[in-house]
Each structure stands twice: as structure tokens, then as C-alpha cells.
Design a protein around this ligand. Structure first.
Ligand code: ADP
Ligand code: ADP
Length: 219
């Protein structure tokens, strides 16, 4: 089974993807983390993506689709996609890619959250730039401020988690990514979870969805 995490920035997709990777044996891809790795390495893609990311805009579809084709071609078995697709053309490209690999269309888990909660989640987010692991200064604090519990590495606040860029990213979400909700719902592939609940409760809800879906597909 292949799973897409859909929802606004700050809804908790990265947090849940890291937890579920361990539990469900799905290989996780975060397009944001991949793009940040390209930026750090100074690749042509990283340089092309930089200005869009800094402005809170989407990186052009062609670049993202090419990057994800490369990643998914090297993978066998189920994947969990965090942050991809983010536009309808990206979703169509993903369907075609999975079909080419002889896989069924992915299901989408929608992280349902009131957009008024997003600002607080993103302004308090601390990220380990090496692993992509995230904390929150109030909701999920590390044991020692500024230090990752797992690898002891430094935590940073992302350049695009500022009030102004967050506002821009939410507009972009509404205009370009939210249409995917209708896309997946129309094809009977959308499952919604209440992303306002505590992290453990959201994880349990996602696991229920995945297990129910596995049962349906076997039936
Ligand atoms: P996304 O990947 O959707 O942008 P993240 O997983 O990075 O979201 O979460 C955004 C911020 O909110 C992080 O600081 C994270 O620790 C925190 N967070 C994630 N899930 C929850 C939750 N269920 N309740 C409270 N805070 C959360
Ligand atoms: P968040 O976790 O807050 O939702 P991400 O780390 O997923 O943010 O993405 C950061 C930035 O990377 C986005 O604002 C956008 O510029 C770029 N990006 C990530 N995924 C995509 C995608 N699928 N299509 C276009 N741009 C993307």
C-alpha cells in the first residue's frame, strides 16, 4: 500500500510520518526534507528551488515530479509520501508513476485542522536539519532546549517558519493543494483524521485507517 499525507503546513504530517515509518514498515519520503538536502548540497535542483522555498511558494511541478520519479524508481514496496503531491498535476503524475510500477493508486490521509492553529504550531517548531525530526517548544519539547533527544544534534527554527511566510504558505495551500481533497475524495481514496488531537491520538487514528484499508483491499 502507498500512502499520501495531505494537509496544510504544520498539520503534523512530518511528525506522524516519522512515527509510522517505524510502525508500518513504509518507506517515508518528505519532499521538503529532500529539497532542503539538495539546497545544503548545492545541487542544481537545490539552487533552483531556493527562492521559491524562501518565498513560501511551491517549487515548479516539473522539478518536483522529476525528483520524485528518481526517488521512487529506486524503491520497492510501500511508500509514505509527506508533502507530495501538492498540486493536481503532481497527483496525476504520481498515479501514472505507480501504475507504471504495477502498483495500485495511493490512498490519501487528510490531516484535518483549523487553519487558525497553524501559526502557533509553526512558530514553535524546532527541526533537526540532519534528520528532519521535529519538536515543538510547547507541545513536544526536547529534553534539553535546542538539542535533539535522539542524536544530540542542534535544533533550528526554519527560515520559512516566520509569520509572513506562514501566511503566504497557507494561501498557497488553499489555492493549490486543497483541490487535491476533492481529487482523492472523488475517487474514493480519501481518509480524514482529526489533526487537532494530541500526537498519540492522531497516530492511533491513522493506524486504524491504514488497517481498515488493508482489510478492504483484501476483501
Ligand atoms: P507538517 O509536516 O505537517 O508541516 P510537523 O509534523 O512539522 O507538520 O508539525 C508542526 C509542529 O507542530 C511541530 O513543531 C510539531 O512538533 C507540532 N505538532 C505536530 N503534531 C502535533 C499535535 N498533534 N499536537 C500538537 N503539536 C503537534
Ligand atoms: P511543511 O512541512 O511546513 O508543510 P515542507 O517542508 O513540506 O513544509 O515544504 C517546504 C517548502 O518546500 C514548501 O514551502 C515548498 O516551497 C517546497 N515544497 C515541498 N514539497 C513540495 C511539492 N510537492 N511541490 C512544490 N514545492 C514543494
Amino acid at each position: 500500500m502507498d500512502v499520501v499525507f495531505l494537509g496544510p503546513p504544520g498539520a503534523g504530517k512530518g511528525t506522524q510520518a516519522q512515527r509510522l515509518e517505524r510502525l508500518e514498515g513504509l518507506v517515508q519520503f518528505s519532499t521538503g526534507d529532500l529539497l532542503r538536502e539538495h539546497r545544503t548540497a548545492g545541487t542544481p535542483l537545490g539552487r533552483a528551488a531556493q527562492d521559491y522555498m524562501d518565498r513560501g511558494e511551491l517549487v515548479p511541478d516539473a522539478l518536483i515530479i522529476e525528483m520524485m520519479e528518481g526517488e521512487l524508481d529506486r524503491t520497492n514496496g510501500g511508500v509514505l509520501l509527506d508533502g507530495f503531491p501538492r498540486t493536481v498535476p503532481q497527483a496525476v503524475a504520481l498515479d501514472a508513476l505507480l501504475a507504471r510500477k504495477g502498483r495500485r493508486p495511493a490512498i490519501a490521509v487528510l490531516f484535518d485542522i483549523d487553519l487558525s492553529l497553524i501559526q502557533e504550531r509553526l512558530e514553535g517548531r524546532w527541526t533537526n536539519p540532519r534528520t528532519g525530526r521535529v519538536y515543538h517548544e510547547r507541545f513536544a519539547p526536547p529534553r534539553v532546549a535546542g538539542i535533539d533527544d535522539e542524536d544530540g544534534g542542534p535544533l533550528i527554527q526554519r527560515d520559512d517558519d516566520t509569520a509572513e511566510t506562514i501566511r503566504k504558505r497557507l494561501v498557497v495551500y488553499r489555492e493549490q493543494t486543497e483541490p487535491l481533497v476533492a481529487y482523492y475524495r472523488g475517487q474514493g481514496r480519501l481518509y480524514s483524521v482529526d489533526a487537532t488531537q494530541p500526537v498519540d491520538v492522531v497516530s492511533a487514528e491513522i493506524e486504524r485507517v491504514l488497517h481498515r484499508r488493508t482489510g478492504e483491499r483484501r476483501a
